[in-house]
Each structure stands twice: as C-alpha cells, then as structure tokens.
Design a protein around this ligand. Structure first.
Ligand SMILES: Nc1nc2c([nH]c(=O)n2[C@H]2C[C@H](O)[C@@H](COP(=O)(O)OP(=O)(O)OP(=O)(O)O)O2)c(=O)[nH]1
Ligand SMILES: [Mg+2]
Length: 330
C-alpha cells in the first residue's frame, strides 16, 4: 500500500435535480484530465472559499446558472491513481479528492455547456451515459433512495387498520418501508411480511426487514436488511446483493456504518418520540454536526412528520424516516 501522504483536493459538486428527479450530467471536455468521462457539474474549491461558495461560482462559470436553493448532501473521499493517455503521457497525477456534494433544487437560467461540455438530463436509477468518473459510482444508488421511509407499526394499529393505511400510503407514493415487529413470533412475522411484500410489489416499493426479525426471513423475498445499532456494531462486512441500512445514535456507530460502506443510515432520535420516551433527543444542530462530513445518505428519525422533510434536508439529511406518523389517516 502506498502510505505517502497525498495532498487532498477539495471539490464542490452539484447534483442539479429537476422536480421529476432527473439530474444533470456533463461530459468532461477535451483538454481537461479525464476527458470524455461524465460527471456532475462542479469544480475545485479555491483558497478562502467554502464548498458552497465554490459550487455557486462553478455552476455560474460552467453552466451560466445562478443557484437559488440547495441542500448539503454527502461528502466522499476518493483516491485516484495516476492516469496516462494512449501515448503514455500523464493525463492526471495520483491524488485524493474530497467531494462535497450538494443537491440543487432551484436555479435561475437554463444550463448551457459554457466550456464546450455536453450536457444531459438522466434519471438516477437508470443512467445511460458512460464512462462515469470512478468516484461517482455509489452516488446514483444513494440518489435512487426515496426521501420518505416508513417503519411498520402493526403493534399499535392492529392488522386491519395497518393494511388499510399501507394501501393508502402506497397509493400516495411510498417507495420504501421497513418491517420491524419485535413482538411477533417468527411464524407470525413471516405471514405478515409475505402479505406486505405482496401488496408492495406492484408499486415497486422496496421492503426491508429489521435485523431483529431476521431469523424469520430466510425464505422472504425482501430488498434488504436494516440493522439495529447493536447488530450493526457486530457486523464485519456488508452482506452482498441486498440493500443494507442501519440505525445509528452516535459518531462511533456512524463511523462503523461508513467503514462497512452500507447503503444508508438512520440517525435518531432527532426529536422526542413516543416510541422511545427515555432517549435524549439530538436536536437539529447536533444532528447536522454528526453528519457534516459523512459519506452515506442519512435519514432523520425520531418525531418526524412529512412537513419536516425540508428542515431535515437543510441539515444534511437525505430524507426522513417515520414510524407513527407514516400511518396517520390525514
Ligand atoms: N466536477 C466534478 N468533479 C468530480 C466529480 N467526481 C469526481 O471524482 N470529481 C473530481 C475530478 C477532479 O479531480 C475534481 C474536480 O475538478 P474539476 O476538473 O471539475 O475542477 P475545475 O472545474 O475547478 O476545473 P479545472 O481546475 O480542471 O480547470 O473532483 C464530479 O462528479 N464532478
Ligand atoms: Mg469542473
């Protein structure tokens, strides 16, 4: 392993996202390192700039747009090896880049390729341009996760009401839910889970199961597993071939989840909740501090209701996870 300390290049990267979810990609023009590779618009953070200031400048320079609204999102480091062109000339030296991603939701002006770069709008779950800058591979998986994530609450609602509400939620666009029912026997959980999976299937909603119910699940066709924080800390490697998330409550758990490279975390409790009345809430500022330099998408959990989404995103969250309020009738 190369242990020489590399200089870190900071870059500000803009995920410019339309209301339909499609994002803007640019092809690096001839004459720049990694020419022909696709990327999100953005560029290097200059001396004395914050990443957010750098992004606004870069999007003005590269696309001629003025950012009107943005959310801080992920921060990821990536080690680039030296790259040589076909004639053996150095195209780009070995370096470590730290990418500060933002999601840009409003802007003034129509994006144009002011540096002769090709531009294209793409749906994150089905990108058709390639090659992509190698650091960006996990970004599209993260972008494909929905903003709202529901956790089942069968024990409080009872079966009839739960399935009635589930149907309504799916009709209203719910795309991801976690089955978490510690009180159920393996057999009862299995029956419950099969019914949920069946209902969710035509909506293409992702169904995950909590690791506390995992023993019941071998036969179930679920999209993934959600590890509680105790099981997360026991985990040595990310299970392959499935979506994988975890509950975190502190910096140590967040760091372990990031080291495993799982797909998302939930950080809680943001606010006081009825389900966990004894836990001290983090509040938004501590929530934001814990994830200010974090590589994975984070769902805020604990007292969240749908109108909290904007505030959650303003504090760096990818979205919100809800237990009780996911199933309210209004
Ligand atoms: N803009 C952008 N840069 C990315 C992405 N992914 C990724 O690894 N990078 C790396 C490539 C570069 O090392 C660095 C950003 O540099 P850049 O070439 O865009 O810098 P810049 O716009 O300031 O332009 P210049 O210095 O090349 O003239 O971050 C991405 O999606 N977008
Ligand atoms: Mg650039």
């Amino acid at each position: 392993m190369n242990t020489t300390k590399r200089k870190i290049t900071h870059a500000a990267v803009g995920v410019i996202q339309r209301e339909d979810g499609w994002v803007l990609l640019a092809e690096r023009p001839v004459g720049k390192p990694w020419a022909g590779y696709w990327e999100f618009p953005g560029g290097k953070v200059e001396e004395g700039e914050t990443p957010q200031q750098a992004l606004k400048r870069e999007l003005q320079e590269e696309l001629g747009i003025a950012v009107a609204s943005l959310y801080p999102w992920l921060t990821r480091s990536f080690d680039y090896e030296a790259k040589y062109d076909a004639t053996g000339q150095l195209d780009s030296p070995a370096k470590t880049v730290k990418l500060h991603f933002f999601i840009v939701t409003k802007w003034d002006g129509e994006p144009r390729g002011l540096e002769n770069q090709q531009l294209v709008w793409q749906p994150p779950e089905n990108i058709e341009v390639s090659p992509m800058l190698p650091a960006n591979a996990p970004i599209f998986a993260a972008l494909s996760l929905p903003s709202n994530y529901a956790i089942t609450n069968l024990s409080e609602l009872g079966e009839d009401l739960f399935f009635e509400r589930l149907k309504i939620s799916l009709d209203n666009g719910l795309k991801m839910l976690q089955l978490r029912e510690k009180q159920l026997s393996n057999q009862a959980f299995q029956t419950f889970a099969e019914r949920v999976i069946q209902l969710a299937k035509p909506y293409k909603a992702k169904v995950l199961i909590n690791s506390g119910n995992q023993s019941a699940s071998a036969a179930l066709n679920v999209a993934g597993i959600h590890f509680n924080s105790t099981d997360l800390m026991q985990l040595q490697a990310k299970p392959v071939g499935m979506l994988c998330g975890a509950s975190c409550h502190n910096a140590e758990q967040l760091a372990h989840a990031a080291a495993l490279g799982i797909d998302y975390v939930m950080l809680s409790p943001v606010k006081a909740t009825r389900s966990h009345p004894d836990e001290e809430p983090l509040g938004w500022s501590q929530f934001a501090n814990l994830i200010s330099d974090y590589a994975l998408p984070v769902y805020a959990l604990g007292g969240m209701r749908p109108p909290d989404l904007h505030e959650a995103k303003s504090h760096g969250a990818h979205g919100i996870a809800m237990l009780r309020s996911a199933w309210l009738s209004e």
